[in-house]
Ligand binder design. Structure first.
Ligand code: HEM
Length: 211
């Protein structure tokens, strides 16, 4: 299937993009994100970043598994093919991380609580933020590979999980999300959840950067 490159202007994806543009600008300008994109982040801080993302994706993906059983509308998105927990575990294993020692920092704990009780629309607002973030993360993977003298991004499974398929998968995610009959109330919930997720990530970025 060829997905349209321009999202439906009245669809949920256009609403999500417009409704979180200001939060994206804030998130993108956080010192931790700047250190990731210019390759100046230290390995310890990068490990902390992955560890916190692991706590979040683990919850997000178990909650998505549960939602897939109760809401058949989201099955078209093939969400398990987009999961990141195993990629994070692979990256963290390379850095010899003890997963049991990871504790949530500010931002991560609130988000995890929200994920645990999220209805499908709220969950998809949260999922949207992490799925969309793969677009910028590919640039980060390339920058880090260059800064650390690596010839490819193979050791950045979380930041570049799909390689050349990234663009096509993102276009498919967008058109499949737009094709679902979300009610107006669900659309509002989704945008609010996405905004809150960006805020949580920005506060988590600050907590990681300060540590
Ligand atoms: C160095 C930091 C970042 C850079 C350089 C960056 C860059 C980008 C770029 C270039 C796109 C557009 C992709 C396209 O339309 O083809 C994008 C989209 C997106 N990014 Fe980021 N980003 C950064 C950080 C983040 C963070 C921290 C998050 C949230 C965790 C995030 C979430 C998103 C989302 C949700 C979209 C999709 C927007 C849409 O609906 O089209 N980004 N980013």
């Amino acid at each position: 299937m060829t997905a349209p490159a321009v999202p439906n202007p009245d669809g949920i994806m256009a609403r999500l993009k417009a409704g979180t543009a200001a939060q994206h600008a804030v998130a993108e300008s956080k010192p931790l994100e700047a250190a990731l994109i210019d390759g100046s982040i230290g390995r310890a801080q990068y490990q902390k970043y992955l560890a916190q993302r692991w706590l979040i994706h683990r919850e997000l993906e178990s909650a998505t598994d549960r939602a897939l059983k109760t809401d058949p509308r989201i099955s078209s998105l093939k969400l398990p093919t987009l999961y990141q927990t195993k990629n994070l575990e692979s990256d963290l294993a390379r850095l010899q991380t003890n997963l049991k020692s990871i504790r949530p920092l500010s931002g991560a704990s609130d988000l995890i609580e929200k994920i645990q009780k999220a209805a499908p629309a709220t969950l998809m607002g949260i999922f949207y933020v992490f799925e969309g973030s793969k677009n910028g993360a590919r640039f980060i993977a390339k920058a880090l590979a260059q800064a650390w003298g690596l010839s490819d991004t193979d050791s950045f499974r979380y930041l570049d999980p799909h390689g050349e398929e990234q663009r096509g998968l993102w276009l498919k995610f967008r058109s499949d999300m737009d094709a679902i009959a979300w009610t107006p109330a669900e659309q509002d919930q989704m945008v609010r959840a996405a905004q809150a997720t960006f805020d949580a990530i920005s506060s988590l970025d600050d907590a990681i950067h300060a540590g």
